[in-house]
Design a protein around this ligand. Structure first.
Ligand code: ADP
Ligand code: MG
Length: 580
């Protein structure tokens, strides 16, 4: 059980603040996570690890010379938002490039991918290394689908050492990917973890049971079996890892025997007593092995074994010195930039003023009114949307939409106050939505709104053609990112009829406001018709049968929001009239 907490919802936030205070000599907190306290003497590539909380020392515990430059810190077992990743990157970037390194989970891939696009658009050199070491999570032929677990550590260690030695961004990325493709992990769980405030573990096993093939987010093992002795478990883990020896690999290996939260170090050492001789017996030289907690899962009782096959390039990087709050190796030369305190990070353009055309500013006020109307509708529908999502999803769609739209309104109002045009107001509203909503729909809504805004721009009020283009850009972004097709039972099932109808009515010469209204009616009908569909994507997929007869929550809320925004966004003729 997790016993010590205040407000469970603030557990991750309070833990990060405490961690940064206790390790203030090495790290400093910035919006979105934490970065190194001291800037290196010469500009170097910034290696940024990231993911949800609940895995300490992963990931913030690895911030320091020889390891990572910063960590993007999400809520417990939840991907950080793209905005968080962007903000940490802006704080850590020294002009030599940024690389995000994280385990292979859909939310992380999407959010770090979005932050990457945004940084690249600002001409920051940026790339990603995705860790896929968990051999239990997909077959060898599908290794790109594998999850990232304790192998995160060996990959980050290699990347951190390479960046510290002055390697270029391309080189750090190449070495990180090489380390990943040489790394294999398998674990085994004895008891699930408990969320702060929850009164039961995420899964339980009988006293004499074990789950082989664990995940690090409270997922149970893939194969339940009788609890073995330490000796038997050691044999099982080593056999499974060696069965996946990379072809052409040598005889020198980095080994990590990892505890996941409440397996004692002594238990790990007993297990090591089997693992090490077996590996040596197989002809391997064990190079600087690690036994201890490196990637945990709250208080889960579990162990995992990681092997990284080394070569002349990887071995010196694995062995290089490092100094971080949770992990030290050798002596790191005192960084010459010791006294160079990094200015407070963050990307809020403090007091920035925007330049925008008067017509666009007038339309920006419409956009704010549209978002406010949407917020009222979403608040009223919160419980209903939650109920729809609880049938086969996780019940959080109403809450997520409320958090997203409230943040979007606040950002839009603030940005409007700084003199921005409609494009920037909507783009900032989108970023805030994605940052605060959580969940798949929040990422998609946020990115869609940003595209809508970018298409409208800040110079003039939209023409009907430009408004159609912007709504199409909204839809294209959501489809491009979420990869859902019509019929998958997602918000796309309301979105595609909406854009098609809006375009068709405009082409027929219908007035913009009437075209929007008619399109919203079609979207509402399409959302209702999703009741007959079976979900093929998202959290509802595993419970597809239960979902039949209930409309898709994301499609329902999308039709609702577009319906109430219409009178504000589509009355552009009136806008021109008001100006005259
Ligand atoms: P989560 O599923 O992460 O809990 P929400 O509950 O807020 O997020 O949103 C669920 C909705 O998100 C679904 O009803 C569906 O409309 C939408 N959704 C899920 N995955 C996708 C996807 N890949 N593309 C488009 N929409 C999606
Ligand atoms: Mg949900």
């Amino acid at each position: 059980m997790t016993k010590l907490f205040n407000d469970p919802a603030r557990f991750a936030e309070e833990a990060l603040a405490g961690f940064c205070d206790a390790n203030a000599n090495l790290v400093r907190q910035v919006p979105g996570g934490a970065i190194r306290r001291h800037r290196s003497a010469a500009p170097k590539v910034a290696v940024l690890a990231g993911g949800g909380s609940g895995h300490y020392p992963a990931f913030a515990g690895f911030i320091g010379p020889g390891l990572v430059d910063g960590a993007v810190v999400g809520n417990i077992f939840t991907s950080p938002s793209a905005q968080q990743a962007y903000a940490v990157a802006k704080a850590a970037d020294q002009g030599a490039g940024v690389v995000f390194a994280y385990g292979n989970y859909a939310g992380d891939v999407m959010n770090f991918g979005l932050a990457t696009e945004r940084l690249a658009a600002e001409a920051v050199a940026v790339d990603n290394v995705v860790v896929t070491d968990d051999i239990a999570s997909a077959a060898p032929g599908e290794s790109a689908k594998r999850r990232g677990i304790a192998g995160d550590f060996t990959v980050f260690k290699v990347m951190g050492a390479a960046a510290e030695a002055g390697a270029s961004l391309a080189e750090v990325v190449r070495l990180g990917r090489k380390a990943n493709s040489s790394t294999r992990t398998i674990g085994s769980a004895f008891h699930g973890c408990t969320f702060p405030g929850a009164d039961a573990a995420l899964f339980t096993l009988g006293e004499m049971q074990m789950g082989l093939g664990l995940g690090i987010h409270g997922e149970p093992g893939l194969l339940d079996m009788a609890l073995p002795t330490a000796d038997e478990l050691g044999r099982e883990l080593v056999a499974r890892i060696l069965a996946e020896t990379p072809s052409g690999s040598g005889q020198r290996i980095a080994v990590v025997l990892n505890g996941l939260g409440s397996t004692k170090y002594e238990e790990l050492f007993v297990l090591w007593g089997t693992v090490a001789p077996l590996l040596r017996g197989a002809g391997y030289e064990l190079v600087m092995p690690e036994v201890g907690e490196l990637v945990t899962s709250l208080d889960m009782a579990a162990v995992s074994l990681t092997v990284t096959w080394l070569d002349d390039e990887l071995e010196p990087l694995w062995c290089a010195p490092a100094e971080s709050p949770a992990y030290k190796r050798g002596n790191v030369a005192s960084p010459a930039g010791q006294d160079d305190w990094i200015e407070a990070g963050g990307t809020v353009p403090g007091g920035a003023r925007y330049s925008a055309g008067d017509d666009s500013k007038a339309y920006a006020r419409r956009c704010v009114a549209a978002l406010e109307a949407a917020a009222r509708a979403v608040h009223d529908a919160e419980a209903m949307l939650g109920d729809l999502d609880a049938i086969a999803g996780d019940g959080d769609h109403g809450r997520g939409m409320v958090r997203g739209i409230d943040a979007a309104v606040a950002a839009a109002v603030g940005t409007l106050g700084l003199g921005a045009g409609a494009g920037t107001v909507l783009a900032e509203a989108g970023d805030a939505w994605a940052d605060k909503a959580g969940g798949t729909s929040g990422v998609l809504w946020g990115a869609g709104l940003r595209s809508l805004g970018e298409t409208l721009g800040d110079s003039t009020a939209p023409t009907p053609g430009r408004l159609l283009e912007a709504v199409n850009a909204f839809a294209a972004r959501i489809q491009g990112l979420g990869k859902a097709e019509p019929g998958d039972k997602t918000m796309v099932d309301a979105l595609v009829p909406l854009t098609a109808a809006f375009g068709r009515h405009l082409a027929e010469g219908v007035d913009v406001a009437a075209a929007w209204t008619a399109a919203a009616v079609e979207a509402t009908a399409a959302a209702a018709a999703t009741a007959g569909l079976r979900p093929r994507l998202g959290r509802a997929r595993p419970l597809a049968e239960k979902s039949i007869g209930t409309p898709d929550p994301g499609a329902t809320s999308l039709a609702m929001v577009f319906t109430v925004m219409g009178p504000h966004l589509a009355n552009i003729n009136q806008l021109a009239a008001a100006k005259q």
